[in-house]
Design a protein around this ligand. Structure first.
Ligand code: FAD
Length: 284
């Protein structure tokens, strides 16, 4: 399929990106890896008369590991995340999740920023970012602002980022304890039927903190505070697992589609979350 005609821009700095966005308003969109946007344009589900390629804008391709936080530029690709040994050392859940996105071709081009900014409930990184309590830096004509991942997603493809703003970086507190990203998909390369991100801290056999987020089970990623809280103070035994799953099921809101009916999705979500908690706990 062929997209509608569009004007292509490849500016060298952010000021130019922002001025093109301001000039064309709703008619302009930025492009990072293009692996969500271009298919949408080809399917004529996105009409983008002015397409701004971010690839030549500097300062968004670095991974900085600090004492307390990790900062990842918006143009860092999923493949960069997989290949970065120091990042895998301090935040292995990022690599575990990135390896479950699509296939190598998509991962070479698809960026962390694009995966987050897209607002597609099927994308894997948004739920993971909520689990890790990440925050997103966006820049616009009025300067920079920082938006917590847990407040960023408003509805499918609707986020707290304004049209004239560009996501430049993601900041993550260095994760503590055990982790797991568990994803159920129909076949290799597919989006999740259900996926769970879990980060959990074990102190002498008791869970002292747990963060849980679910993917593709609502029109936004779902950070389930109640599911995490159900594990705290327990030894993550069967009763605690059951309580966490029940709490999570109260927070998600799946709809029937070609990945299955609602009852099936709820069932898969429960199985996936149990597996993710068990694996995270075994590593905690
Ligand atoms: P683009 O396609 O360039 O942009 C996506 C959207 O985000 C656009 O609206 C764009 O305007 C906006 N955007 C991009 N960057 C910024 C920025 N810095 N600031 C503001 N807005 C921005 N993803 C998964 O998570 N899991 C999967 O299993 C999966 N499977 C896939 C399978 C196939 C066959 C394909 C083609 C894609 C798949 N994807 C999957 C999506 C892929 O990971 C995308 O590359 C990614 O979601 C978007 O990243 P991108 O850099 O390509 O963004």
């Amino acid at each position: 399929m062929i997209p509608a005609a569009f004007e292509y821009y490849r500016p060298k700095d952010m000021d130019k990106v922002l001025s093109i966005l301001e000039e064309h308003g709703d008619d302009a969109r930025v492009m990072a890896g293009g692996h969500s946007l271009i298919p949408m344009m080809k399917l004529r589900m996105a009409d983008v008369p002015h397409l701004i390629d971010l690839q030549d804008v500097g300062g968004m391709s670095e991974i900085e590991i600090g004492a307390d936080t990790i900062k990842i530029g918006a143009l860092v690709t999923q493949s960069d995340i997989i290949d970065h040994a120091a990042l895998a050392d301090v935040a292995p859940i990022l690599r575990e999740a990135a390896l479950q996105i699509a296939d190598p071709q998509v991962r070479y081009m698809g960026t962390l920023g694009g995966n987050i900014a897209n607002g597609d409930p099927g994308n894997d990184m948004p739920g993971l970012m909520q689990c890790l309590d990440a925050s997103f830096t966006v820049v616009g004509q009025n300067g920079e602002r920082v938006i917590p991942a847990r407040e960023f997603y408003e509805a499918a493809y609707v986020t707290a980022r304004e049209d004239g703003e560009v996501l430049t970086a993601v900041t993550i507190p260095r994760p503590k304890g055990g982790y797991a990203y568990e994803k159920q998909k129909r076949k290799i390369g597919d989006y999740a039927t259900a996926a769970a991100s879990v980060q959990i801290v074990n102190d002498d056999g008791k869970c002292v903190s747990a963060a849980i987020a679910m993917t593709n089970l609502s029109d936004t990623p779902v950070f389930s505070k109640t599911a995490g809280d159900a594990l705290v103070g327990t030894s993550v035994d069967d009763a605690a697992l059951k309580a966490a799953v029940a709490a999570m099921l109260g927070d998600i809101d799946p709809t029937e589609d070609n990945r299955g009916p609602v009852a099936f999705k709820n069932h898969v979500a429960g199985v996936i979350l149990r597996r993710a908690i068990a694996r995270a706990w075994s590593r905690a």
